[in-house]
Design a protein around this ligand. Structure first.
Ligand SMILES: [Zn+2]
Ligand SMILES: [Zn+2]
Length: 300
C-alpha cells in the first residue's frame, strides 16, 4: 500500500490517524501530540469523527500546538453539544494560538479541501449511537480521502501521442483533460459496519473491528460501549469482501485481546470467508509511524 499512515488505536483510551500525503489528522486521542511531536505543525486539516473521549482526549493539545504555526481547519460533525463547548473553551485557553483553529461543522456529504493540491476529503454519516435519529444532524462521521487526478478525456483516449500533442497545442492542456476523482482511503470511524455502496471503489478500507467475536459484544465490562454501536471482525472483513476492496486495515480493536489472539482471529476469519484482499491490523497499545511497513496479516 503506497501510503504513509502513522496511527495509534486503543478503544476507550486513544485513537488518532495521521495521513502524511493528505496533511490530515483524523481524531485526536490522548498522546497524539506527544507521539507526532513537531509533525503536528504540518497538519493542514484536522477532522474529528465523533466526540468520545478516546478520540478527543488530545484535542486541546493539537489545537494549541498546531495553532502556533498559523490557521488550519478543524472539521467536526455538526450534531452534538460537545463541539461548541470545546471551541468555547479552547478559544479562552491560550487564545493566541488556539484562535488559529477554524472550526467547521460538517454535514454528511461535505467536501473538504486539503492543503495539498488534488487531495480532498468527503464526509459521510456513520451509525455509532444506538439512539441516533437519522433525521437529525449527524453526531458521527467517517471520511473518504479522494485523489483528484487530471486525465485525458474519454473522447481523446484512442488517439496516438502525436495526435494528442497536436490537439493540445491547439486547445491547450485543459481542453483535453478532465478531473477524475479516485477514492483512495475510506475511514469508518467508530460504529456499525459501513454499507458496501459507501465503500465500493476505495483502495484502502480503514475499518473499526472493536470485537473479534460477536460473543464478546455483550459489553458488561465495556463501560462507554453501552449505547454505542461497534463492529466485529467478521462484519468488517465481510464488508471488505462484499465491496471488493483490495486493502483493509483493521483498527479500534479492543485492548482485552492479546496480539496473538488478534493475529489468529484475523487470519481465521479472512480465510473462512475466502477474502481476496490484503489485511493489516493496527494492534492496540502500539504506536505506528508507518503502519504499511508491517507485513500484512493476510494476503500477499
Ligand atoms: Zn472509540
Ligand atoms: Zn466512540
Amino acid at each position: 500500500m503506497q501510503l504513509q499512515l502513522a496511527m495509534h488505536s486503543s478503544p476507550r483510551f486513544s485513537t488518532w490517524l495521521w495521513f502524511n500525503d493528505w496533511k490530515l489528522l483524523i481524531d485526536a486521542g490522548d498522546g497524539v501530540t506527544q507521539q507526532l511531536g513537531y509533525k503536528i505543525r504540518k497538519i493542514d486539516t484536522f477532522l474529528m469523527t465523533h466526540a468520545h473521549r478516546d478520540h478527543v482526549g488530545g484535542l486541546i493539545q493539537v489545537v494549541n500546538q498546531r495553532g502556533e504555526a498559523g490557521s488550519f481547519l478543524l472539521g467536526h460533525p455538526v450534531g452534538g453539544r460537545a463541539w461548541g463547548q470545546m471551541e468555547h473553551f479552547t478559544r479562552s485557553f491560550n487564545p493566541g494560538s488556539s484562535n488559529a483553529a477554524m472550526w467547521k461543522a460538517l454535514e454528511e456529504g461535505d467536501w473538504i479541501e486539503s492543503g495539498v493540491e488534488g487531495r480532498l476529503m468527503r464526509s459521510f454519516r456513520t451509525r455509532h449511537y444506538a439512539d441516533d435519529d437519522l433525521r437529525a444532524a449527524p453526531r458521527s462521521l467517517g471520511f473518504h480521502l479522494i485523489w483528484r487526478k487530471m486525465k485525458v478525456k474519454p473522447e481523446y483516449q484512442s488517439l496516438t501521442q502525436a495526435e494528442l500533442d497536436k490537439i493540445r497545442l491547439e486547445i491547450g492542456r485543459e481542453g483535453i483533460t478532465a478531473p477524475v476523482d479516485e477514492k483512495w482511503v475510506t475511514v469508518s470511524g467508530d460504529g456499525e459496519p459501513l454499507s458496501a455502496g459507501e465503500v465500493a471503489g476505495t483502495q484502502l478500507l480503514v475499518h473499526e473491528a472493536t470485537f473479534l467475536s460477536p460473543d464478546d459484544y455483550d459489553a458488561e465490562e465495556a463501560g462507554e460501549d453501552v449505547g454505542h454501536v461497534h463492529s466485529t471482525l467478521w462484519q468488517a472483513l465481510s464488508l471488505a469482501r462484499e465491496a471488493g476492496v483490495p486493502n483493509v486495515l483493521l483498527y479500534h480493536i479492543s485492548t482485552r485481546y492479546s496480539d496473538a489472539e488478534i493475529r489468529d482471529a484475523v487470519r481465521a476469519v479472512a480465510g473462512e470467508i475466502k477474502l481476496e484482499a490484503k489485511v493489516w491490523a493496527a494492534l492496540p497499545r502500539r504506536v505506528y509511524f508507518d503502519v504499511f511497513r508491517e507485513k500484512p496479516l493476510f494476503g500477499s
